[in-house]
Write a protein that binds this ligand. Structure first.
Ligand code: KG4
Ligand code: ZN
Length: 337
């Protein structure tokens, strides 16, 4: 079965041609650079860019794969959550291709794409715990099987990746902020600044990151200039604070599961922020304390990409989920079952 997948939910325009034997014939990810000067994604610019790029990279992907479009068995695209303009461009494009060659169209949930990305390179045991850490979401799920996801907790305000991006913007660093903050943090002092640890007293699995960002803003405003040392120390202190929060929530998740007599041996970290090596190292230690392994997707499936969307389509078809050409993209599409 050969699948053609499209991802356009935010600022990556991506297409992938792959099969159910995990062979990736072609995979193109175009990261829109026009948002860099704004320090965040501008939805209108993103939609226009998807519109310009999508046909080009589709031709390239078909050429690279050396596959005739009529040989594609299923077309799929991200239908939410995400920016509606991008979702409309990508899903309408993939639906049109499907109609043109009389093949089915599968709508895919972007979050499910991230969640199932680890099943491409790991044997996943159920139930397992998934920390979904992206620029738009921060959620903890109990994954009971494909299509069976229980939301245990989520952010009440900013997403963790968004917090990395906003702190980077305050420090006049470029977008996306995560990788630059991580790089600077290596050379900084984690104890240089004491930042708030929101919801510490609430023994639930929700997050809040907006207060940390406000605290960083105040520190930056109190300094005369943004020096190298400020960038390094504040990056380190910020990364340490969010890692402490994730560590605390992972401990709490495991304690709650033990209390409910739910046994799990695997925890996964997915989404762009899962690329952070410091966070991985610290959470791996916690996972191991509960006799769990900590698994990651392949590097090319960490940030937004069409390969995880195509892979999710394959996994869903294997569980008999049906195609739906009339599916309406939804910016707030949820997967909580
Ligand atoms: O999953 P993703 O590509 O997009 C969404 O679905 O939102 O995640 C992008 C986010 C950005 O906020 C970016 O700053 C963050 O992932 N990110 C990182 C790192 N690499 C990317 N955050 C922390 N450390 C990193 N190394
Ligand atoms: Zn994403």
């Amino acid at each position: 079965m050969i699948v053609f997948a499209v991802e356009t939910s935010c600022d990556e325009t991506s297409v992938c041609i792959l099969n159910n034997k995990k062979k990736i014939f072609s995979h193109i990810v175009y990261s829109q650079s026009e948002h860099k000067k704004h320090g965040g994604v501008i939805p209108e610019l993103a939609s226009r860019s998807h519109l310009t790029i999508l046909q080009k990279i589709t031709k390239q992907a078909l050429n690279q794969a050396n596959i005739d479009i009529k040989k594609i068995d299923v077309f799929c695209a991200t239908c939410g959550p995400g920016l509606i303009g991008g979702l409309l461009v990508g899903s309408t494009f993939a639906k049109s291709l499907a109609l043109g060659v009389n093949k089915p169209f599968m709508p895919i949930n972007h979050l499910e794409g991230h969640i199932l990305s680890t099943s491409f390179n790991n044997d996943i045991n159920y139930p397992h715990v998934c920390f979904l850490l992206t620029g738009g979401h921060t959620q903890i799920y109990l994954i009971k099987g494909i299509g069976k996801y229980e939301l245990l907790g989520e952010t009440l305000d900013d997403a963790i990746g968004e917090a990395f991006d906003k702190v980077a913007k305050l420090l006049k660093l470029s977008y996306p902020g995560g990788p630059i903050i991580e790089k600077n943090a290596i050379k900084g002092n984690v104890l240089a600044y004491k930042l708030p640890h929101p919801l510490k007293k609430n023994k639930n699995l929700n997050f809040s990151f907006s207060g940390i960002k406000t605290a960083v803003n105040l520190i930056v405003k109190n300094e005369n200039r943004i020096s190298e040392i400020l960038i390094k120390d504040l990056s380190a202190s910020f990364q340490e604070t969010v890692t402490n929060i994730l560590e605390e929530k992972l401990n709490l998740t495991m304690k709650q599961l033990i209390k409910k007599k739910i046994k799990t041996s695997q925890i996964s970290l997915v989404g762009g922020v899962a690329a952070n090596k410091y966070i991985f190292k610290r959470l791996k230690k916690v996972a191991n304390e509960y006799d769990c392994s900590l698994v990651l997707p392949k590097k090319f499936m960490l940030s937004d990409n069409a390969a995880m969307i195509g892979w999710t389509c394959i996994k869903k078809i294997s569980k008999n989920f049906s195609s739906d050409l009339m599916f309406k993209p939804n910016p707030r599409l949820s997967i909580d079952t």
